[in-house]
Design a protein around this ligand. Structure first.
Ligand code: GLA
Length: 560
């Protein structure tokens, strides 16, 4: 039986592996309890970003003017604080030190100077790259440059970072096959060689032979996709120090491979091995590692079993680098740490609501929004189901707001804003804030869009410190009733008419308080505040209203 298994593995015939691989495609191998916390976004972040309206037509003057308008229009007083430069701020060449730099024509004074100007207005600057080799507009990006870029952003004083997913290269699920591991103290020629046949093997890891290889020809296979691992324990080392770890590998297959090496259960090193094109049966891969005097343990495996694992790992890596960088820079410059709010923009492809809270502060739930009712409703339908994943410090992100963009009607703008408030979504504006300031420098307080986005009662629903995303408690094909628990045992209720004609919507408080997630006390009467009509009224139990097409009613309700 063992011989058959070896024969099949050696000749890469493995029906069981195929089944396991398919099963693993949706698995995630991360510690869900390892919540990302950096002290930011304790309520959903609020700000503005350049992409929805300005796309690639941005420059430092525009960003400065938007920041000034945010401050002057009163939006900053409502809580909006981030001014985020989306794609296209960077030059297509890194500088001589390999650092990203602002476009030399459109951001001639550099991003650090811009951050200082934005900070002088009491606001924070945000920036963008992609978890890929290029951004979505094909400009330089941060995959494989995580440490350098995180440090650069921290040095510039950046406080919000959106990390996109274009040009992503997933971590391979395949693993190299290992014949020997040689440990050499740097500067010494003598080393300790650990042989495949001495290793402890777990899971699917298996010892095979290839006579064409040098030495015994033995090597360990089966370390891929979290299925097997290889250990060397109690390896005696004379003194603490940096050592070269040279892996002699059995060359196999055209696919790229990935390996994690866990040393003494604490330090994790990674290496990638290209799909083989060489002419020799064995090759080598070398990294440097820190070892301690005395006994050391080594674990070799590739825990990445799926695209989901890969995305989670890559975003977690950047999140950790940002946290490291902000601390480092604060220490170096003797100033207070400026944590960076980390926005994961992976479009919901690999279910970021499952792992996003271990990697960053917010995660996109869908592909890009458009200033069209159908797009807004489609995104809402997806995100409303994800309520259990949102909470203080880590949020579902249904994308930046389109309020004030395209041909959205006043009702649609209000409904879009209300839904995002109910979803505890980041409120990142995407419109032209300069329009709120008249030519004489005064604020256009009659501007309908400004009135919507600066409605403090709506914003209070979004910014409620309990950070609970709404749930849909009643629905038919056209209308929905949403409930969001708030502080002081109050609730927000949003009635939504998705359809193109007027519709009647109703609810009973007695039905709402039956829901386990609602802690509104039972009372004879309730005080309700109509957030858009700015009117108070009383409810005994039932409430019924007619809603215009594509519109909402938004209420804050408490027991009296
Ligand atoms: C992707 C993102 C958008 C925007 C663009 C920029 O499409 O999802 O939000 O950042 O890239 O190129």
């Amino acid at each position: 039986m063992a011989e058959i298994k070896k024969f099949l593995r050696k000749h890469k015939i493995c029906p069981v592996c195929t089944v396991k691989k398919l099963a693993a495609a949706t698995q995630i191998h991360i510690d869900g309890a390892d919540r990302f916390y950096n002290g930011t976004a304790l309520t959903p972040p609020m700000g503005w970003a350049s992409w929805n309206l300005f796309r690639n037509h941005i420059n430092e003057n525009l960003i400065e003017d938007i920041a000034a308008a945010m401050q002057k229009s009163g939006l900053a007083d409502c809580g909006y604080q981030y001014v985020n430069i989306d794609d296209c701020w960077m030059s297509s060449t890194r500088d001589a030190d390999g650092r990203l730099q602002g476009d030399l024509g459109t951001f001639p004074h550099g991003i650090k100077a811009l951050a200082e100007k934005v900070n002088a207005l009491g606001l924070k600057l945000g920036i963008y790259t992609s978890n890929g080799t290029l951004t979505c507009e094909d400009l330089p990006s941060s995959l494989y440059h995580e440490r350098t870029d995180a440090e650069t952003f921290a040095e510039w004083g950046i406080e919000y970072f959106k990390y996109d997913f274009c040009h992503n290269i997933p971590i391979p699920t395949n693993a190299p096959e290992i014949s020997t591991v040689t440990i050499t103290k740097q500067g010494c020629h003598e080393g300790i060689t650990l042989h495949a046949e001495e290793a402890e093997l777990r899971g699917d890891a298996i010892l095979l032979t290839d006579e064409k290889m040098a030495g015994t020809g033995r090597y360990v296979s089966g370390l891929e996709a979290g299925r097997g691992s290889m250990y060397f324990n109690n390896v005696d080392i004379d003194e603490d120090g940096t050592y070269a770890l040279t892996l002699c590998l059995h060359k196999t297959g055209l696919k790229d491979k990935y390996l994690e090496i866990e040393i003494n259960d604490t330090d994790v090193y990674t290496l990638t091995e290209p799909g083989t094109k060489g002419f020799t049966p064995d090759g080598r891969n070398q990294i440097t590692v820190k070892l301690k005097a005395g006994k050391n343990s080594f674990k070799f495996h590739n825990p990445v079993a799926s695209k989901m694992d890969s995305a989670a790992k890559q975003y977690r890596k950047m999140g950790k680098e940002l946290q490291r960088a902000t601390k480092l820079v604060a220490e170096r410059e003797g100033r207070e740490e400026k944590p960076i709010c980390f926005s994961i923009c992976e479009w919901g492809w690999n279910k970021p609501w499952i792992w996003g809270h271990t990697a960053g502060n917010l995660w996109r739930t869908t592909p890009d929004i458009k200033p069209i009712w159908l797009s807004i409703i489609g995104i809402y339908e997806r995100t409303v189901l994800l309520y259990k994943h949102a909470g203080v410090g880590n949020w579902n992100d249904p994308d930046m707001l389109e309020v004030g963009n395209g041909n959205l009607t006043d009702d649609e703008n209000r409904a879009h804003f209300s839904l995002w408030c109910m979803l505890a979504a980041p409120l990142i504006l995407g419109n032209d804030l300069r329009k709120f300031i008249r030519a004489d420098g005064s604020v256009d307080t009659d501007n309908k869009v400004l009135k919507i986005i600066s409605n403090k009662a709506a914003i209070a629903v979004n910014q409620d410190p309990r950070g609970i995303q709404c749930r849909r408690v009643k629905t038919n094909a056209v209308t929905d009733v949403l409930v969001k628990p708030l502080e002081n045992k109050e609730i927000a209720v949003c009635l939504l008419n998705k359809g193109p004609v007027e519709a009647e919507v109703s609810f009973n408080i007695s039905d709402i308080i039956k829901e386990a997630f609602v802690d509104l006390p039972k009372a004879g009467e309730y005080e309700a505040f109509d957030i858009w009509e700015e009117k108070e009224f009383r409810i005994r139990n039932s409430y019924k209203t007619k809603l215009r097409p594509h519109s909402v009613g938004l209420y804050r309700i408490k027991a009296i």
